[in-house]
Ligand binder design. Structure first.
Ligand code: ATP
Ligand code: MG
Ligand code: FE
Length: 335
């Protein structure tokens, strides 16, 4: 089965063709980062306009690179939510038109299910499984008993990890998106400024990053008032050490408690070198297989949507032409 997948939930216009949910035939991503940089974040209205411009070009490119014609496809998948509503609607409308014209089934996919299923493009997911989802808008631990079964056992109570990265980067005068810059700076430092670790109640799998973010802002503010210069590398390392330590410790504890066969990381922040190596080391010690997708499958793309949609297709899930964008869509099981 070949699934054509479309993703436009945020600032990447993407289309991909995926074979049997595991093999990338083509994977095209058009990023708008340059257009949003000068605003220090994604501007929804600008994002929608870019998607409208790029959607058809990206779609045609995905078919061209795959050397395929629409009648060879099995279904069309699209990110139904969560995301920016105006951005989602561009992809959804394109998917609807394509499905309608070519008489193909339409499947609406959850963006975070997509991030998780990026892993299935690299090695087979094995269950029970624990996924650490860390992205621009989400930070959660998801337990999966089987394909299509999602149980969110912990999530952030305030900022997402990526959001905290981007805000701290701003304080350090780094361009958007800040994650990769903080990551690089952190690796240039040997010493770190000490920032708090937020564990919440004993036994909780929830996260909180707004206190850490404030601690970094206050530190900068106090140093400024005293007329002292901060050392950005040491601030970046202090921040990253705190984020990585909490994420890793909670993921290890959950993996033990739920007795999982595999642990995976997903979402943009899983591109973080510090986090990847901390998780790798921790799970090597635990003796539990740990995987994280290659960088370009961590950030937004349509290949991951096709990978998730294939499992939905097999499970008989179908959308219809009345599909709407669902900006606040919850991650619910399709099984
Ligand atoms: P969501 O998936 O929750 O809807 P999103 O799609 O905007 O949000 P992603 O594209 O998955 O998020 O990830 C983008 C985030 O990842 C940004 O916050 C960015 O700073 C962060 N990021 C990317 N690379 C790194 C890195 N090396 N270290 C830390 N953060 C990173
Ligand atoms: Mg993005
Ligand atoms: Fe994302």
């Amino acid at each position: 089965h070949y699934i054509l997948a479309i993703e436009t939930s945020c600032d990447e216009t993407a289309a991909a063709i995926i074979k049997n949910g595991t093999e990338i035939i083509s994977n095209v991503v058009s990023s708008q980062i340059e257009s949003h940089k000068r605003f220090g974040g994604v501007v929804p209205e600008i994002a929608s306009r870019h998607h409208v411009e790029q959607m058809t070009i990206v779609l045609e490119e995905a078919l061209k690179q795959a050397e395929m014609v629409p009648k060879e496809l099995t279904a069309v998948a699209v990110t139904e939510g969560p995301g920016l509503v105006g951005a989602l609607l561009i992809g959804i409308n394109a998917a609807k038109a394509f499905a309608f014209v070519n008489g193909l089934p339409l499947i609406g996919t959850h963006h975070i299910a997509g991030h998780i299923y990026a892993n299935n493009l690299v090695q087979p997911m094995e269950f029970p499984l624990l996924a650490l989802v860390v992205s621009g808008g989400h930070t959660e631990l998801v337990f999966m008993r089987e394909h299509g079964s999602f149980e969110v056992i912990g999530e952030t109570r305030d900022d997402a990890a990526g959001e905290a990265y981007d805000k701290v980067a701003r304080v350090l005068n780094m361009p958007y998106p800040g994650g990769p810059h903080i990551d690089r700076l952190a690796h240039e430092a040997t010493e770190a400024v000490k920032f708090p670790r937020v564990w919440l109640e004993e036994g909780s799998y929830d996260f909180s990053f707004s206190g850490l973010k404030s601690a970094v802002i206050n530190y900068k503010h106090n140093m400024d008032q005293r007329g002292e210069a901060i050392i950005p590398e040491q601030v970046a390392k202090g921040f990253q050490d705190s984020v990585v330590e909490v994420l890793t410790a909670k993921t290890v504890r959950a993996a033990r408690e739920f007795g999982v066969k595999q642990v995976i990381a997903a979402g943009g922040v899983s591109a973080n070198k510090g986090l990847r190596s901390a998780l790798e080391t921790a799970f090597e010690q635990e003796g539990i297989p740990f995987f994280v997708p290659p960088l370009k499958l961590c950030t937004d793309n349509a290949a991951m949507i096709g990978a998730a949609a294939y499992q939905m297709y097999e499970a008989g899930v179908r959308g219809n032409l009345a599909m709407n964008g669902r900006p606040g869509m919850e991650l619910t099981s399709w099984k």
